[in-house]
Design a protein around this ligand. Structure first.
Ligand code: ZN
Length: 414
């Protein structure tokens, strides 16, 4: 981390050079022990210009900060008029952002080296989940500029695992044609695949050979995990992956384990007291603060993630790996668990609104084939204080979920 800060971030990041200097830290200081905690924390909302967080080595900064070898090559190339060759051979593969995804509206760039690394971290995700080279992955993650999709695509490629990326709206028939041993998708899309609106049995046949469901793209709650397990063949396992917006690769559970393994060679995770911003001691709970190590393209340091949890650095009781694990605190309000676990509810979405300063909670739900709407509402009313319940057909609820990127909690308060 110290050499990363002094050799790459300070020289080539306009955004962090200014922040280090504001903290009274010069180029020599950032390579010293204890410099990082003195840097003020960043939130994604602080980033007015996403181009400012991209590492941009240019002739002036290379001459001022780079190691002698690179300085000499640039000087020699300039002398011979072959500057573009040096860029092509040495600078671009390391630094030029050639691939972008979008997190919370912020474009995050990756260099060719970063993509290699994301592929390797994707491979480790699949390895931890217990995949083998002969597995066949049916990918239901939505194709597009999002991290989970690309980590799955590149991870399968690096692991040498056969994969077909069908997209989030794949039908049971399409999945069955692949005869997958692994399915991967957002929790809401996997529930939709496994619990079809018309209750037909094609879904069960489609996943007959599945031993692992990889869940990514949204946080997975316990109730949804149980529902997925109930629809998968006996012995199958659900393995979750997730990371807060801004982190460059997802964290993931190991097969049968709990908590998310992190990658200490490519990130630093701190837990801070959310009010004071002071790092907590030991394994106490707090806000997760994320820093890149070794990444190029868009670089973030000390990013406040608005995710809460604790860090467990003991070897994992399930797999024995000692990478450290993040144990996340539940984020969904208690009523979400009531809705997810209810056997009469096939799918739901809740909206929080503020009407004339008064908060309202609207719960939209689609009953299962055996669920009786009136009885369900009376039952739910005992456990949660919704302003209104709206019973909708399953297709309509799926549309509502699609409109909100699969999110079940929609906050419309300003
Ligand atoms: Zn583990």
């Amino acid at each position: 981390m110290r050499s990363y800060l002094s050799r790459e971030v300070f020289p080539y990041s306009a955004f962090y050079r200014a922040r280090f200097q504001a903290a009274g830290l010069g180029h020599r200081d950032v390579g010293a022990r204890g410099a990082l905690p003195r840097l003020s924390m960043t939130t994604l909302a602080d980033i007015d210009d996403p181009a400012a967080i991209v590492l941009r080595p240019d002739e002036a900064t290379i001459q001022k900060y780079a190691r002698f070898g690179l300085v000499a090559r640039v000087a020699w190339a300039k002398f011979r008029g072959t500057q573009s060759l040096v860029n092509q051979r040495f600078i671009d593969p390391m630094f030029k952002p050639v691939h972008w995804h979008v997190d919370e509206g912020i474009p995050i760039g990756s260099s060719p080296d970063d993509l290699e690394r994301l592929g390797e971290l994707g491979r480790r995700w699949l390895e931890r989940a217990g995949l083998q080279p002969y597995d066949v992955v049916a990918g239901l993650l939505p194709a597009g500029p999002n991290l989970p999709y690309w980590q799955l695509v590149l991870g399968c490629r690096h692991a040498g695992v056969s994969a077909i990326h069908l997209g989030a709206a794949a039908t049971a028939q399409q999945v069955a044609a692949v005869a997958p041993t692994v399915i991967a998708g957002r929790p809401s899309d996997l529930v939709r695949l496994l619990e079809p609106a018309n209750g037909d049995d094609r879904a069960g046949r489609a996943v007959r050979g599945v031993h692992t469901a990889l869940v990514a793209g949204e946080r997975l709650d316990d109730a949804t995990r149980q529902r997925l397990l109930a629809r998968l063949p006996a012995g199958a396992v659900v393995v979750a992956a997730w990371s807060p917006p801004g982190a460059r690769a997802m964290w993931s559970e190991c097969r049968g384990g709990d908590g998310f393994h992190i990658a200490p060679d490519s990130e630093l995770v701190e837990i801070v007291d959310p009010l004071s911003g002071v790092p907590v001691t030991g394994r106490a709970d707090g806000e997760i603060v994320w820093s890149a190590i070794g990444w190029r393209g868009s670089v973030l340091l000390r990013l406040r993630t608005a995710a809460y949890g604790r860090l467990d650095d003991a070897p994992c009781p399930a797999c024995g790996r000692a990478t450290g694990r993040v144990m996340l605190t539940a984020v969904e309000p208690p009523f979400a668990a009531v809705l997810s676990a209810h056997p009469g509810i096939a799918a739901w979405q809740a909206e929080l609104r503020a009407v004339d300063g008064v908060e309202e909670l609207l719960v939209f739900f689609a009953p299962t084939a055996t669920g009786h709407p009136g009885r369900l509402v009376r039952d739910l009313d005992r456990h949660l204080a919704a302003t209104q319940y709206v019973v909708v057909p399953r297709d309509e609820l799926d549309l509502r979920l699609d409109e909100h990127g699969g999110r079940r909690l929609v906050d419309l308060r300003d």
